[in-house]
Design a protein around this ligand. Structure first.
Ligand code: SAM
Length: 288
């Protein structure tokens, strides 16, 4: 199903777009039903938070459904953070830029340079737009280290603009801009982000935690985690009654089975569309 068809189908079911404007490797919008049913089992949830937000597909879907009123999105990658910041806080400029952009290799090279330099003193709007451009024009939406759809010679079956749908993208972005007051955005390490919630608020927050995969994470997006950090996260979640409402997803591997031994672990089938479609298993962990 193309983005356009999917967007059309989902838009029919609700009053507006409410779909993430990103293509995200390992995106979790498909978990919305599962997350919704978990959220409904907890009382008094006022906020839904994603410490490793990426394209935040599930968060946007749940906000569109009305399951959650407020969402808090955090990602440690300042390129992703800049893209979200520009979408939410410079919405009109972002939409205008999408409409004015020529989708070709020259623009792709210019954006890649901005994203690779990732300058601390650079303009966050330019970094955010360049990141978003690569997300829409690179193979599988991988921002760093992937080539353009159609290859450098643009001889593939699909070309660089195959996933660039300006109307759809702009509708999604405008929808988000209109809801910016209900979307908090931060650029912290995921564990620091969870710890930043004061006790009372943490109790009223549902955390959907989707860290980089232990095994393939670094190929797909920034991976600022290592085995020790995966352990620290597990220890904090399983040993901390002040953060009671959470669901974690991971690739099914020994380390995660071990560090979440005190929690409840289930397998969920995941459809991947990276390179080719295949079904693999991913773990879903919830408090015991
Ligand atoms: C599996 S992806 C999240 C995908 C997301 N659930 C979605 O549906 O699009 C993991 C994200 O974690 C971010 N990340 C990597 N290390 C991090 C860290 N230490 N703290 C916070 N975010 C981190 C990456 O930039 C990436 O966007």
């Amino acid at each position: 199903m193309s983005d356009e068809q999917e967007f059309g189908r989902k838009a029919k079911d609700r009053n507006g777009p409410g779909v993430t404007p990103f293509r995200y490797p390992g995106g979790k919008a498909f978990l919305a039903d599962l997350l919704e049913s978990k959220i409904r089992t907890y009382k008094k949830i006022t906020t839904y938070a994603e410490p490793y937000a990426g394209g935040a597909g599930a968060a946007i879907e749940l906000m569109a459904r009305g399951t959650v009123e407020r969402i808090a999105l955090n990602d440690f990658d300042r390129r992703i953070h800049s893209a979200w910041w520009a979408i939410l806080h410079r919405t009109d400029d972002f939409v205008e830029r999408i409409r004015a952009t020529t989708v070709d290799l020259a623009t792709w090279y210019a954006c890649r340079q901005i994203v690779e330099e990732n300058r601390l003193d650079g303009d966050p709007f330019e970094l955010g737009f360049a990141t978003y451009f690569l997300n829409r024009t690179n193979r599988s939406g991988v921002i760093v280290g992937a080539g353009p759809i159609g290859g450098y010679a643009q001889t593939g079956k699909w070309l660089i603009d195959a996933r660039w749908y300006p109307d759809t993208m702009c509708k999604r972005i405008i929808w988000l801009g209109q809801r910016r007051d209900r979307i908090e955005l931060t650029n912290l390490d995921g564990i620091a982000f969870i710890k930043s919630f004061p006790k009372k608020r943490a109790k009223e927050t549902f955390f959907f935690i989707d860290p980089p995969y232990v095994q393939a994470g670094a190929k797909l997006y920034l991976n600022a985690m290592n085995d020790l950090k995966h352990r620290d996260l597990a220890q904090y979640l399983t040993g901390n009654p002040t953060v009671p409402n959470w669901l974690v997803t991971y690739d099914d591997c020994q380390l995660i089975r071990e560090v979440y031994a005190a929690a409840s672990v289930e397998q969920i089938p995941v459809r991947y569309s990276l390179q080719r479609k295949r079904t693999e298993h991913e773990i879903c962990v919830v408090p015991a």
